[in-house]
Design a protein around this ligand. Structure first.
Ligand code: IMP
Length: 429
């Protein structure tokens, strides 16, 4: 297998950035296949810190970056991100960045609708990033999206904007929000087109050629399985499929090109936004995990909710996500704790179960069943080999493997790139 697909197995923010960066340095091409600029990760390379939302991480390592058709592209956010990393010395050119012709665009109407709807939901808000992700995906499925290729055809933009505004202005007016005019959107799109169009490419074709030539392709997932629109904690999810199967659909390659699926799991659990979180800790321990793990959203800065590792949900993510191996991150955050718990099952209305229900009211009534282990003395921080780990920490990792029914093939023990224990090279699998 020469390709690798990386996906999150919890609710995002598992520390994918560091793992993806390490893998990107060994890949030829890095492909984003879903999500948009709701994702966010920080890459530290030398003395530079890059904050990426939409650009594939491989660009930082001088690799070709591809944004597939499954991504919703905000052209303004894209250009801002390109300008920001260019100012840091990175070269982003039409040779190094390719964006699918058929990628749907996020327009200012989408962000406005996202925020207006969240405000109208009040207490039942989803806690979206407010960046227009949901409305842009809705437009794609409703067949009224403006896609990247449309920027080259003002005559197409003309009738598509009529259709789009008929829909969105009706909704925005109903929600008491400001509406948009065709002239302002046309000016926005025609203004931005000359800078964005040079990146347009038939990426499916390029990826197929690269695959045949034996290139190593890394598919970089955003968000995580529990935020998947089908398999996550619906409706508290994002609007795309985050499972590895979507790497094919979201970039135009065959499902067999997905390769080794590396699932990223944090040694405990966090979540931003609303929605069920059975192993959440509302006590001092929750705050301790948040502080030690620096758990604040990269995109929104919101503090993340924290809890113990939920083995039931990760096992489910492993199964539906097609995970071949896990990268376990932030183990060092648990250093020095007297006791560590793992959620191994649930209780629903007094009945023990390992099935996480699909209906929201039942999800809210779920209570965790914990298994508690002794913590470890000494530190895992910065460990680079299995032998550097305290015996009790190894026991914790082994227990996780057993419960989630997947091998831990990588272990990350600090934000530093080299503080990683590699059991199996996913590109060699
Ligand atoms: P949206 O993707 O902006 O529509 O937000 C839907 C849900 O997904 C919210 O709970 C967000 O907080 C969450 N979300 C979206 N992107 C990320 C991410 O990259 N990390 C963690 N949560 C995310």
């Amino acid at each position: 297998m020469s390709n690798v697909t990386v996906i999150g197995t919890q609710w995002g923010d598992e520390g994918k950035g560091k793992i993806v960066d390490w893998l990107a340095s060994r890949a030829d091409i890095v492909v984003r296949f879903q999500g948009g600029h709701n994702a966010g990760h920080t890459l530290v390379v030398g003395d530079q810190t890059y904050k990426l939302s939409l650009l594939p991480s491989g660009l930082v390592r001088g690799k070709t970056g591809v944004i597939g058709n499954g991504v919703v592209v905000d052209p303004e956010a894209l250009l801002k991100e390109i300008d920001r990393v260019t100012a840091q010395g990175l070269k982003v050119t039409p040779d190094t960045l390719k964006i699918a012709e058929n990628a749907p665009l996020i327009l200012p109407v989408h962000g406005a609708l996202d925020r207006a709807r969240e405000a109208a939901r009040g207490e039942r808000k989803i806690g979206t990033t407010g960046r227009g992700i949901g409305p842009a995906y809705e437009d794609k499925v409703a067949r009224r999206a403006i896609r990247l290729c449309d920027l080259a055809e003002p005559e197409t933009l003309d009738w598509k904007l009529d259709e789009l505004l008929l829909h969105h202005n009706t909704l925005l007016r109903g929600l008491g929000a400001a509406t948009f005019t065709k002239d302002e959107l046309m000016a926005f799109l025609t203004g931005i087109a000359p800078r964005v169009l040079p990146f347009m490419a038939p990426v499916w074709d390029l990826l197929d050629d690269s695959r045949r030539a034996g290139s190593r392709i890394l598919f970089e997932g955003a968000q995580a399985v529990m935020l998947d629109v089908d398999h996550g904690t619906y409706p508290y999810v994002t609007s795309s499929n985050t499972v590895a199967a979507n790497a094919g659909t979201g970039s135009g390659v065959s499902p067999t090109s997905v390769g080794f699926v590396l699932g990223i799991a944090k040694a405990y659990t966090t979540r931003v936004g609303e929605g069920p979180f059975p192993s959440e800790l509302h006590d001092e321990m929750g705050r301790t995990l948040g502080e030690r793990g620096h758990e604040f959203g990269t995109v929104t800065g919101r503090p993340r909710r924290c809890g113990w590792f939920d083995a039931v949900l990760v096992r489910r993510a492993v199964r539906v996500g097609g995970v071949n191996g896990l990268a376990l991150t932030k183990l060092d955050v648990l250093d020095g704790l007297k006791e560590i718990s793992i959620c191994v099952g649930y209780e629903l209305d007094g009945v023990k179960t390992t099935h996480f229900p699909s209906a929201p009211a039942a999800q809210a009534r779920i209570r965790p069943v914990f298994e508690t282990m002794e913590g470890w003395e000494g530190t895992t921080h910065g460990a680079r080999s299995w032998a550097d780990l305290p015996a009790q920490a190894i026991k914790y990792v082994r227990r996780i493997e057993e419960l989630v029914e997947a091998p831990v093939t990588m272990l990350s023990t600090s934000p530093e790139r080299d503080d990683t224990i590699l059991m199996r090279d996913p590109f060699e699998d």
